[in-house]
Design a protein around this ligand. Structure first.
Ligand SMILES: [Zn+2]
Length: 232
């Protein structure tokens, strides 16, 4: 049996799979990894700065200009998002934990989804705390009602993740009978630590363009995840 056939069998038999997904999943939908978007002329222009709490507080216009580049409202879920969504409907206990902030898992109507780093498509006013429409934010970063600054509900560099979200993700992994790491090089902390909470007999599958660094036993399918999910 090929590795792909083994994984298809594991997935069919699994009752509680968890999908841990990243930027590679959305690249075929036309969403570039934001790390490729920063300016190259000055150290301060690195995405790690442009998406930081410091930049948000001290250079709001620079932050806003960069964040707007991350929006791709025209992007549609691809085969990977759609098949994962289908599996979350067929298997009640299937869960998805994503690093992506691009809304495509939601667009695909995924059940049991944890947006680990938040979502660009949930915006709120930092002064009055009201939820704001994304369309309004893309026109102006100032809240019309109160003049406060609007921001997307994403976790910025220098900010920590909400504890309840980390706990929910740990619970999803600890209850899973199959772990699928899809479209991510799995290097970002604390996301990459999640597999430490798995049950020791739950197999790990990696579907990605490149191998990930882990000492854990796993099955590896190299390539675009869409190739695999087209067979699911
Ligand atoms: Zn406001």
């Amino acid at each position: 049996m090929s590795v792909e056939e083994q994984v298809l069998k594991l997935l069919t038999e699994s009752k509680r799979p968890v999908f841990l997904t990243g930027a590679g999943l959305s690249v075929p939908s036309g969403i570039p990894d934001y790390r490729s978007l920063g300016g190259v002329y000055h150290d301060l222009e690195l995405p790690e700065y442009l998406l930081s709490r410091s930049c948000f507080e001290q250079e709001q216009e620079k932050f806003y200009t960069f964040v707007k580049k991350l929006y791709h409202p025209e992007a549609k879920p691809n085969e990977s998002h759609l098949k994962i969504a289908k599996l979350t409907k067929e298997k009640e206990s299937a869960k998805v934990v994503t690093q992506n902030i691009d809304h495509l898992h939601e667009e695909a109507d995924t059940k049991n989804l944890i947006n680990f780093h938040g979502s660009l498509y949930h915006c709120y006013c930092t002064k009055c705390n009201k939820t704001c429409l994304v369309d309004d934010y893309l026109v102006s970063n100032y809240h019309e009602d109160c003049g406060g600054i609007i921001r997307p509900d994403i976790v910025l560099y220098e900010e920590s993740l909400p504890n309840n979200r980390i706990e929910a993700a740990i619970k999803a992994v600890s209850e899973a009978d199959l772990i699928l790491i899809v479209g991510t090089s799995f290097k970002v902390y604390p996301f990459s630590q999640l597999i430490e909470y798995r049950q020791s007999n739950s197999p790990i599958v990696v579907i990605n363009k490149e191998e990930i660094e882990t000492s854990d036993n796993h099955l590896f399918i190299k390539g675009d995840a869409q190739n695999f999910f087209s067979k699911v």
